[in-house]
Design a protein around this ligand. Sequence first.
Ligand code: 13P
Ligand code: SF4
Length: 401
Amino acid sequence: MSSDLAALGVTPTPLALLLLGRDRDLASERGVECPGDLPVASDPDLVARAQRARAALGDRAFVLGHHYQRDEVIGFADVTGDSFKLAQQAAARPEAEFVVFCGVHFMAESADILTAAHQQVVLPDLAAGCSMADMAALRQVEDAWSALEAAGLAGGTVPVAYMNSSAAIKSFTGRNGGTICTSSNADRSLRWAFERGERVLFLPDQHLGRNTAVLQLGIGLDECVVWDPHKPHGGLTVEQLRDAKMVLWRGHCSVHGRFSADNVRDVRERVPGVNVLVHPECRHEVVTAADSVGSTEHIIRTLEAAPAGSSWAVGTELNLVSRLAQQHPDKQIVFLDKTVCYCSTMNRIDLPHLVWALESLVEGRVPNRIVVDDDTAHWARVALERMLALPGDGTTVPAQR
Ligand code: 13P
Ligand code: SF4
């Protein structure tokens, strides 16, 4: 620790980011290197190879694709969706031996937890992690819970973990009476939690927690505090914890966290009459400046229903925004930021990795299998099933300005 940091009482987290997915760090959501020989990206036969391998596997494989995946990958998905829909769909084909998850590591872990024991989940590149999920390590969350226990507050606190968290964090949540949420159902998960306690520990995305609590449950901004795992006692006093309704973990999405209120102002000047549509992982000042906020499924449905000739600036991952712009040439759809903003870990799943994974399965090898140990899986499943049992159709009525 540098002496400056030590003087501030700040303990650095062990560095979770592994350059280009090299090396091995099982505590990290970023995963490990991809073994075996990858086809070269310039191979002109890649699409045909993927088609041949997919056809050879037939019903033995079920391919899931998150909306942020590249075009060349999403074209091979049997089902596309946001993280809620993909969690629901994971168990939808019990006859499939292999679930090939084109998304990131925490999604593949959830699929392993929700599928039957004979089904094997494959992540085509183990380096497809999530920087947000990495921001909450189990040891840090257990320290926060111990602080709440020591303050006599844990009994009235219900943990709610965003889907974008490791299986270990989901398991902690299940063990301690909490539930999981996605950006499609965060309001219903929070209402469920407030029926069981007076305070929520929300992990790991402070923005989704704050935006949902304030805009959909009417909780005051001053009733939300941020637990910083790098500061002693989270940087909070016992009184601040006791008075809070939402204890927000200090985590964020490195993609959605880039959008700013200036981006919203700029696009309103550049594009007359533009509607600003953003994901709830964006910062509060962005969401409150926007016209509509919701999950990726909400963003897709809103643009499908929009009248021809309307203009939209969309604040979410760029693969999805570019695809939507191509699918709706009758509408003007622009990216909210002026600079390029892909999710670099979602982009790790490319055609060479998909071809390599599918061909390995055809040849009888199961590459990059994601397995969650039984104890972790048990409590994570408890938390996930609480979420899947929430009333409603899996979609949130989004906040509209
Ligand atoms: P949704 O799929 O729930 O909209 O979440 C977006 C995201 O960041 C996934 O990693
Ligand atoms: Fe994680 Fe953000 Fe990428 Fe989603 S978009 S996988 S939350 S870094």
